[in-house]
Design a protein around this ligand. Structure first.
Ligand SMILES: O=P(O)(O)OC[C@H]1O[C@H](OP(=O)(O)OP(=O)(O)O)[C@H](O)[C@@H]1O
Ligand SMILES: O=c1cc[nH]c(=O)[nH]1
Ligand SMILES: [Mg+2]
Length: 212
């Protein structure tokens, strides 16, 4: 598994405001959306394209087009939903599947409460959206589910990651032969005793959608 940290002053600038506890929900949603589009630019570097020729008003031009099947974008509910528009802005023809997952606040184990995905993902490139890679339990289960359905290339886009979560993912996916990448705006210092990323940004789902 490869981890790529987007090293760009605009990413760092937006992430800093996102972290700030005084940033309100509407601003948080807008910044998350903008950050995803910047991260998606990096994350789609290996998106599959085929050579095509088009005719400009002046003559033929060699170019590329996205190949079929189109990539599948999978936001992990709830918080991943706040990343969907920013992603589809860059990949408007992608299909979208959904995974609903929640982490138990006591055990920190993730469970899946909703799955709406194609049964057969053979030959598909998948982009998983989840702002927080904390213990890595959620993303490990989500990526495994996509691989079990035949996905042959998976990229997770996160706003923040913890070193513990990256290590857990690397271990969980050690025998996986297809390419798996994590693209994130930053790798933070550590997880606290409640499984929260430090310094992090708090609970991404709550900051996007309120406490439920
Ligand atoms: O890496 P992990 O330790 O598994 O934790 C990360 C998960 O926790 C959060 O979701 P949460 O369970 O809070 O659900 P929500 O998005 O509905 O708020 C976050 O959005 C990730 O999905
Ligand atoms: O720091 C964290 C860890 C898990 N989920 C969050 O929303 N934030
Ligand atoms: Mg949450």
């Amino acid at each position: 598994m490869k981890t790529l940290v987007a090293d760009h002053p605009l990413v760092a600038h937006k992430l800093t405001t996102l972290r700030d506890e005084t940033t309100d929900s509407p601003t948080f949603r807008r910044l998350a959306d903008e950050l995803v589009t910047l991260l998606a630019y990096e994350a789609t570097r290996d998106v599959r394209v085929a050579d095509v020729t088009v005719t400009t008003p002046v003559g033929p031009a060699e170019g590329v087009r996205l190949t079929r099947p189109q990539p599948l974008v999978v936001p992990i509910l709830r918080a991943g939903l706040g990343m969907l528009d920013g992603m589809t802005r860059l990949l408007p023809t992608a299909e979208v599947g959904f995974l609903g997952m929640v982490r138990d606040e006591g055990t920190l184990k993730a469970t899946t409460y909703a799955t709406r995905l194609p049964d057969d993902l053979s030959g598909r490139q998948c982009y998983v959206l989840d702002p927080m890679l904390a213990t890595g339990g959620t993303l490990a289960a989500a990526i495994q589910l996509l691989l079990d359905r035949g996905a042959d290339d998976v990229t997770a886009i996160c706003l923040l990651a913890a070193p513990e979560g990256i290590a857990h993912l690397e271990e969980a996916l050690v025998n996986v032969e297809v390419p798996v990448r994590v693209v994130t705006a930053a790798v933070d210092d550590h997880l606290n005793e409640n499984g929260f990323i430090v310094p992090g940004l708090g609970d991404a789902g709550d900051r996007l959608y309120g406490v439920v």
